[in-house]
Design a protein around this ligand. Structure first.
Ligand SMILES: Nc1nc2c(ncn2[C@@H]2O[C@H](COP(=O)(O)OP(=O)(O)OP(=O)(O)O)[C@@H](O)[C@H]2O)c(=O)[nH]1
Ligand SMILES: [Mg+2]
Length: 323
């Protein structure tokens, strides 16, 4: 089976694994409306299932003082890959989506050469990169915690090392998470997007240079991994910012929103490449989609409603989504 690699990027504890878990939870919820299926392997189901349980319990057991985020259990060295097989419903799968999920400590600020090289390899091979952003750190206290928490400079440095002489198009998705608070109205949504544009300006500048402009598509997709709990304040314990959350309506059920959007953007991007005939190292995807007309149509249908408002924005490369 053909395989597409996707790398999760983001500092320690920003919510990469939660993002993956809720992305597939929401996809499953909507599956009845689609003609495609995504089948996780057993390990993926088990690990992401536990993560989902953790997110749901955050919704249910939020104490009045707010939730203290607990340290992620993953050890710094435990790289995990999550595998989903994609195909037409009720038929054999045709494409494997392989998400590489690193503990943030491994990707960011590691001084170990071997670790850095491993991440470099994954980034080189990945058709898409999902950057998880801890939104309270970006937005609160005039962004005081943003650099320490989200490590944007390390992220730019990773891309600069890998994105030179690209011979195939790439998709970079910035996904602000824990962002419920900032999507409540048009003004706050606009401020969120402006903060991203300001704080990731050097990344966007790099992607818009002459040699990358036509090869890199960049989008912002805010995902609400829980949907019901809202930022309250930042507690500082031993110099570490600990975001606290509140739940304004105690009985509301866990209701993640827009988590399937990154997946829609990804599939739309792959489909467009097939249409445009632009390939390079990902040449195999063309033959995959070329062969399977029905699946292609099913993907087109699934991916047709990529959001472009309410905090969603294509920063660069609109044409890559024009299917
Ligand atoms: N309040 C709130 N907490 C969240 C949300 N998403 C994730 N969390 C919590 O944030 C913490 C970190 O999430 P993870 O998904 O483990 O973060 P990670 O980036 O994978 O962390 P590492 O693997 O250690 O790099 C967990 O305690 C989650 O329960 C959210 O939308 N809202
Ligand atoms: Mg993780």
């Amino acid at each position: 089976m053909r395989e597409v690699n996707i790398t999760m990027l983001g500092a320690r504890y920003v919510g990469k694994t939660s993002l993956l878990a809720s992305m597939f939870y929401e996809y499953e919820q909507n599956i009845a409306k689609t003609r495609i299926q995504l089948i996780p392997d057993q390990r993926t189901t088990s690990i992401l299932g536990s993560k989902l349980a953790e997110l749901k319990s955050l919704n249910e057991h939020l104490k009045s003082g707010g939730v203290a985020s607990t340290e992620a259990a993953a050890g710094a060295k435990s790289i995990r890959s999550f595998v989903f097989d994609l195909g037409e419903k009720g038929k054999n799968s045709s494409l494997r989506l392989h998400f590489w999920d690193y503990p943030g400590a491994y990707v960011i600020a590691s001084e170990n050469q071997e670790e850095q090289e491993f991440v470099r390899q994954r980034l080189t091979e990945s058709v898409a990169v999902l950057i998880a952003i801890d939104t309270p750190a970006l937005m609160e206290a005039k962004g005081k915690w943003h650099y320490a928490r989200n490590r944007p400079l390390d992220i730019v440095a990773h891309f600069k090392r890998v994105y030179s002489n690209l011979d195939s198009p790439r998709l970079v998705i910035l996904a602000p998470i824990k962002c419920e608070t900032y999507l409540q109205n048009e003004t706050s949504t606009k401020i969120l997007l402006e903060r991203i544009e300001t704080e990731y300006a050097s990344l966007f500048d790099f992607f818009s240079c002459d040699s990358l402009r036509d090869r890199v598509a960049t989008v912002v997709t805010p995902v609400q991994t829980i949907g019901t709990i809202f930022f309250s304040y930042i507690d500082v314990i031993n110099g570490e910012p600990i975001p606290r959350f509140k739940k304004p309506l105690p009985d509301t059920e866990y209701s993640p929103k827009d988590n399937e959007q990154p997946l829609k953007y990804l599939l739309r991007f792959l489909l467009k490449q097939q249409v445009e005939n632009q390939w390079g190292v990902f040449n195999f995807v063309r033959s995959w989609l070329g062969l399977d007309k029905y699946l292609k149509e099913a993907i087109r249908e699934f991916a047709k409603d990529c959001k472009t408002s309410g905090g969603f924005q294509i920063i660069q490369g609109k044409d890559w989504f024009n299917i």
